[in-house]
Design a protein around this ligand. Structure first.
Ligand code: GDP
Ligand code: MG
Length: 177
């Protein structure tokens, strides 16, 4: 085999899950296109976005799947999860109810995907300081209890958005390489 064989291609399927309106689509829009939609209502109809990333000199394609609003009707199908090697499980730090749903999302994820899927718990909307209902320690504790990575982000002001995706992709890479 020729030289092309050395630059091996990696394609990682990563799914975004969590309650409606926690900011999943905007996290992806911020990460992939550096865009933000102040009033998004399933504006983005795409199934997934492929983002090239580089880890230890290797080119990796992260294929990141976003729901088109099906989570509103608890209708995220098994096809959505199939083959996923990573997941961002997102809640909104200004709405405790979305944090209380995390257990349900983890169950759903584990029902439909491989046990070794790399998961990061993401507390989004840190810019809403005065409206915070879930503190950082609670997020950390839940992540620790389930063996997940943890990060707090803001799709609005961009903080930690790249880091959230990068963490998942790096960990997947280290597991398979
Ligand atoms: P999804 O249903 O989980 O995909 O959530 P969306 O990405 O559609 O976001 C729902 C609403 O929250 C939209 O009005 C967004 O503009 C808003 N939003 C998303 N991320 C943030 C954030 O980090 N901070 C603030 N303040 N609003 C956000
Ligand atoms: Mg969405």
């Amino acid at each position: 085999k020729g030289d092309e064989q050395q630059s091996q291609d990696y394609l990682f399927k990563i799914v975004m899950i969590g309650d409606s309106a926690v900011g999943k689509s905007n996290l992806l829009a911020r990460f992939a296109r550096n865009e933000f939609y102040p009033n998004s209502k399933s504006t983005i109809g795409v199934e997934f976005q492929t983002q090239k990333m580089h880890i230890e000199g290797k080119e990796i394609k992260a294929q990141i799947w976003d729901t088109a609003g099906q989570e509103r009707f608890k209708a995220v199908t098994s096809a959505y999860y199939r083959g996923a090697v990573g997941a961002l499980v997102v809640y909104d730090i200004s709405r405790r109810q979305t944090f209380d749903s995390i257990g349900r999302w983890l169950n759903e994820l584990h029902t439909h995907s491989d046990m070794n899927v790399v998961i990061i718990l993401v507390g989004n909307k840190t810019d809403l300081k005065d409206e915070r209902e879930v503190n950082t320690e609670e997020g950390k504790a839940l992540a620790e209890a389930h063996g997940l990575f943890f990060i707090e982000t803001s799709a609005l002001d961009s903080s930690n958005v790249t880091a959230a995706f990068q963490t998942v992709v790096e960990e997947i890479y280290h597991i398979i390489s």
